[in-house]
Structures are given as C-alpha cells and as structure tokens.
Design a protein around this ligand. Sequence first.
Ligand code: 13P
Ligand code: SF4
Length: 311
Amino acid sequence: IPAGTDLLEEINRLRKEKNAIILAHYYQTPDLQDIADFVGDSLELSKKAAETDADVIAFCGVKFMAETAKILSPEKIVVLPDMEAGCSLEDSCPPDKFKAFRERHPDHIALTYINCSTEVKALSDIIVTSSSAETILSQIPEDQKIIFGPDRHLGGYLSRKFNREMLLWPGVCIVHEAFSEKELLKLKQQHPDAPIAAHPECPPHIIDHADFVGSTSGILNFAKTFEGDTLIVATEPHIIHQMEKALPEKTFIGAPGADGNCACNICPYMALNTMEKLYLCLRDLEPRIEIEEQLRLDAKKSLDRMLEMAA
Ligand code: 13P
Ligand code: SF4
C-alpha cells in the first residue's frame, strides 16, 4: 500500500467502482463495523448476502461466514480480507470424522451450527445460528433423534432449555470458553445491579449467572432495552462498540477472562481482518471464496432449510 494512502477514501472509491457491499460481523474492530454497509449476526449476514444485488461481497467476518455468502449467492464475487480467518469450532469438526459420527448414528438427523465448514454443512440436515436455533428446534418432532455439532455449549444450552437429549459433538469456541466464573463473580460484586448478558457459546458455569442468553443481535437488543445503567457483556467485546454508539450514557463492561480483563476474549480469527486488508481485497478482488458446484449445492440444502424454518 503506497505511503499516504487514505484508506477510508480508497475503500469508498473502490466499493462504488466495483459495486461492492461490505458486510461485517459485530466481532470486528470498530473501524470495520463503521465502514460496513451492514453489521449483523450470523443469520442476518446470511440473509443480506442472499438478497443483495451487489456484484461483490466483501465479508468482514470469518471464513465460514464468507463461504455461506458464496453458497447463497454463487454468481457474486465474495472476498474475505484474510483467508486465515477461521474458527475453532470449524477446526474441531473435520468432515471425515463428522461423516463417520453420522454413520454410527443413522437414525439421528444432524442439526448443525453454522460455525462449520462447507463440507460439514453438506453432511448436515439443518443449519442453525444462535438466533434461529430455538425456533428451529421447536419445529422438530419430539421423537426425532438429533446430533448437534460442533458447539457442545450451544448444544448443551438448547438441550437443557428444551429438556431434550441430543448427541453433542465436542467442539468449543475458544473465545467464549475463556471467560472466568471466579472473575465474573468478582465483577458482579462490584456492580451488583448490573445484569449479565451472555452468548450461548459460553460454558454452563457462565450461562448459569446470566440474566439474558442470546445471539449477538439478541444481546444487542437486550442492551438497548434493559433498565439500569451498567451491563456486563459475556461475548466477544467488540460488540460493545455498537452498544456505546446506541447508548452513550450507559456503561458496558466486557466479562473477564482469568487475568481479570476482557482482552483475552478477543476473537483471534476475526482480528486478522484489518482496514488495510479490506482495501487490498476490494482492490484486487482476492482472496476470493470458491466452492466446487456439487459441494455448494449439497451445503445449500441444509442452509435453505434454516432460512425456511427460521423465517
Ligand atoms: P452470532 O452473531 O450469530 O450470535 O454468532 C456469534 C459467533 O460466534 C460468530 O462466530
Ligand atoms: Fe469462532 Fe468463537 Fe471466533 Fe466466533 S468468536 S469466530 S465461534 S472462535
């Protein structure tokens, strides 16, 4: 990048020139959230990607999100600022092992969290996001046996809430796994009136203390409506940017990790995307998401079921 390049100006010029839409997840840094055309949770971002008439989607998020955009909008160029932006949940679930797991349980359907590879989506029956999982699960007949992967904490949360047994794949999100119950309780002692909002990717010892459990959008809505002046937020702390923008008079505190602050709960994969890399991917239309057509069609079936059932 030539010295003196005004990144904001260049990104704005390129997005017009290439008819590009910039989508960003709430876990991206504030500069990326602020330059995006749309910021949302996983379900909202998938819907946006499916309905946009832009020629290019620049996806500020992680790879499985950009792949979802490509599966739903194959005629579009989908670029991801950093192709290394993965997810610990995706890594925990290699397609060959998932396939073998399914084959050991032929009478189960696979209800699968969107945080997985395209190959795992193709091996699944219905995809869910954290904001659509409850609506979708409530439509599945009581006697239908279910495999839920790859997030055992989201699966465990749903299983407890619905009093429904599910076979859980043992994956975790390294970000939500890092919250410390001991530090959270210390923080709560300092702010006894502050409610705690938590993402269902958190382990049960964190969820048990939460006043509200929901997806990133759900947590954001809760932040906009709770009574009181301080909220403790147990999810990736970059979402606090949107809360502070909407409610500058209130205080939002990121739930702590073992070291007593929320910096260890920054998603290292999301953090790979930067303004510089966004500029470069718009300029070069690389790195680009490409998916083999049969695989795309196979993965699209389970995603389409999600979009139908979540509607
Ligand atoms: P949602 O935005 O759908 O709540 O997902 C959170 C997440 O961890 C994305 O990686
Ligand atoms: Fe994956 Fe967790 Fe990062 Fe979300 S926050 S992308 S689930 S590692």
